[in-house]
Design a binder for this molecule. Structure first.
Ligand SMILES: O=C(O)C(=O)C[C@]1(C(=O)O)C=C[C@@H](O)C=C1
Length: 288
């Protein structure tokens, strides 16, 4: 079985993929959308994508591509502790150079905003496709006075030195990743520590009428279905038009969730199931 991840080697997505699939072939993909396309064209069987971060919120690229372009079923989730490191090439350190540029994934730069403002206020921030690709770039450009933000795995992989350790602005920094597969395929995913079950629904309201969202939420509330996340994303059809992505804290059952879906459909909502799956964590702390 081949499992895709946002590459190159040394990304947080690779850490998530390794935790869930320690003995499978892991395939680095250049971007998140490309990894999803490769599942649908059968080049790989599953892909692991970031979906939500405690500091930065939803990963909109993943969510929007999943909704609009590549509707792959969610088959598992995994939460990873994110510890960001400030890395430089040993040659730059020997020369005693101060980094003029700091490269990383936009989420990683945002997670270290306070640190960068206080420690390197004059450095230019540059976005890369992933933290791993920033580290890879640094390793192949040792003559450039630059630094990157990435994890310890990337420091080892690309021979870089950790200059500042654990620089994220909040120590509770975590990212939740999803495993996406192909419709109809059944893959058993087992993670290190199980933390919860989830069902993710995408709901389109019939039109913008008073109390519409309240009616949607009450279909879950009176059935005592606990919701762990509500997210709205633009339908991209006009200003003010949004989908709601709702995570219910349990797997699909025979009565309660189907009952809520039927009630919403009677109200004129369109309800689509994005997945019903188990969420894992890399640590035995109950982090969600
Ligand atoms: O760049 C990486 O290492 C990734 O795996 C991507 C990503 C993200 O999309 O948010 C994942 C976890 C961290 O929050 C930072 C970056």
């Amino acid at each position: 079985m081949k499992v895709g991840f946002l590459g190159p080697r040394g990304t947080f997505t690779e850490m998530a993929a390794r935790a869930l699939f320690p003995d499978k072939e892991l395939i680095p993909c250049q971007t998140i959308p490309l990894s999803m396309d490769k599942v649908s064209t059968n080049e790989i069987d599953l892909t692991v994508v970031p979906i939500e971060n405690t500091i930065e919120g939803s990963v909109n690229l993943t969510l929007d591509y999943l909704i609009h372009k590549q509707r792959l079923p969610i088959i598992a989730g995994v939460t990873v502790t994110i510890a960001q490191q400030f890395l430089m090439h040993p040659i730059q350190l020997e020369k005693g150079n101060v980094p003029e540029r700091v490269l990383s994934h936009p989420h990683a730069l945002a997670q270290c905003h306070d640190f960068l403002k206080e420690t390197y206020p004059d450095s230019q921030l540059e976005y890369t496709n992933s933290t791993g690709s920033a580290a890879e770039w640094l390793s192949t450009n040792p003559e450039v006075p630059a630094a990157c933000i990435a994890n310890e795995l990337a420091a080892k992989e690309y021979g870089l030195t950790i200059v500042h350790k654990d620089i994220q602005d909040y120590s509770s920094n975590r990212t939740r990743f999803l495993v996406l597969g192909r419709p109809g395929d059944t893959h058993q995913v087992e993670g290190p520590y199980k933390i919860s079950d989830r069902t993710t629904l995408m709901i389109t309201l019939p039109e913008d009428y008073t109390g519409a969202l309240h009616q949607v939420l009450s279909a879950f509330a009176w059935r005592k279905l606990n919701l762990s996340k509500i997210e709205s994303r633009p339908t991209k059809t006009g200003l003010g038009n949004y989908y709601f992505i709702i995570d219910i804290d349990q797997k699909m059952d025979d009565i309660l969730i189907p009952g809520a879906i039927s009630e919403l459909e009677v109200l004129g909502c369109k309800v689509e199931l994005l997945g019903s799956y188990t969420c894992y964590s890399l640590t035995d702390l109950r982090v969600v």
